[in-house]
Design a protein around this ligand. Sequence first.
Ligand code: HEC
Ligand code: HEC
Length: 490
Amino acid sequence: MPRAIALCVVAVLTVAAGCNAPTPEPPEDPPEVALGERLFLETRFAQFFAVRAAGVNDPLATGDPVMDILETTGVPRPGPFAGKSMNCRQCHLVDESPEPATTGLRTYADFARRSPIPDRGDGHNRTPRNSPGLVNANVKRGVPLFLHFDGQFATAADLVEGTLTGRNFGWLPNEEATARAHIARVMREDDGSDPLARPCRGLPYATLLRGIAAEIPTACRLPEGYRIDVAAATDGDLLHAVAGLVSAYMETLTFARDAGDGYVGSPYDRFLILNGLPRQPEPGEGGIAYARRLRVALEALTAPKLVDNPGVLMFAHHAQDFVFGPAALAGLRIFLAEPAAATASASELARGGIGNCIACHAPPEFTDFGFHNNGVAQAEYDGVHGPGAFAALAAVLWASKLGSAAPETGDDWLIISFAVAIIGGTGLNGGIISAMGLFMGSAIFMLIKHGLVEVKANPYYANSFLGLLILLAIVVDRVRELYSDKQKDG
Ligand code: HEC
Ligand code: HEC
């Protein structure tokens, strides 16, 4: 399945993606990816299952009501996992939709404004945000990786552990250890009777994770790095192993690219190719700069060719029309259009057609991978994850300020501390330090930093600019000193 996704994908932002008919059958998934997908679908890790099922291999008498339907922005649809308890796929759908022709491939999002969560009587019944698509969520980027819009997780494995033992799976904030023990129990006691185990000859998790039994088919034999002896492992180690496998699966969820790293899978990608439009940034070119270059090239086309020959190009694995028609082209023009200045003028607003979407959704990834505060209150977050949970997010301190946090966070603090002091009038070889000077120095520093953002300077050069500024401050300081020396002399 993930390989199918890799080859047949749906681009963000309503432009359906996919692959064309001649694409050869995808190679089989590596064992860790196949097992990771099975764990992504596994419904027995949920709290509902833990308290209601007689044994880990016994089916539930009645499923968790939260699974009965898929909430949408309109009429609810039947839940693909009705009768079971929570799994990752319930909120991250592929094409489980009963009407795939109209809804298409979900790229691992659901249909809800906010995803319903199991009822635990704590007053919470929805996730704080909507579930995003997961294709390309782990793709390499120019900024540090963080997952969830509050920067809750810095790795996919952390996310899996946190989610499996968290509120989305029905576990209250103080039930983490119980959750871990339950998940470990499912892994140890599974007997392979679940239909999900069929592709691996109905072998139990314990056998597959150990990875040595002769009966394990090659397609299911885990590489050594993923193996673990579930009988000897601690609950924590087991959860870790599960997280590693689910992460391996999620890393394969990427949009199709060609040998030159250009995206090729979607009708939009085909449109670019068909018209000889630039398909990706040049080395060193930022996303927005590329988007502008694309806009200019698109404007220069007198008769853009559309992708509207169904039957020639089609999705190989998904029942969805492979079309980039006039409406999509009109939408693309709006998407790429920017106002002449930072704020749109009255006449621009009256004329319309300026989406300015590339400010945050620059192609070809259609995201800036940045941190955006989209209005979830700390109180709401704490309600779901437990009191103090938001404050405990180490990432938030810096992510909220800088856009992201990572081990290299703080690397540029040195230059900042120099800049503030020197701009504030403290000489490089020491001297008089004035509190007012430091204050003014930091104020000027912030003004300049924000100014750099306003003029859309490349953030990677910000430090070079600050370096130049320090030099300038030193020169000015030196000139001032010479000048005052002269005055004293004179
Ligand atoms: C009850 C619904 C629900 C379940 C179950 C669920 N998720 Fe999510 N998932 C969400 C929501 C909502 C978000 C967005 C959270 C946010 O930004 O705060 C999300 C975000 C994510 C992201 C981050 C994507 C990004 O670009 O930042 C990943 C990865 C992910 N989920 C994987 C998983 C995995 C793996 C599981 C199973 C262990 C899982 N999810 C179970 C609802 C769910
Ligand atoms: C100021 C930044 C910003 C601008 C400008 C912006 N967006 Fe977004 N957009 C976001 C953020 C942040 C999210 C994620 C929020 C969420 O999912 O809760 C988002 C999410 C989306 C999504 C959902 C994506 C998904 O994977 O679920 C779509 C579609 C979208 N934007 C389209 C647009 C369009 C079209 C425009 C231009 C008209 C636009 N955006 C302009 C920041 C922006």
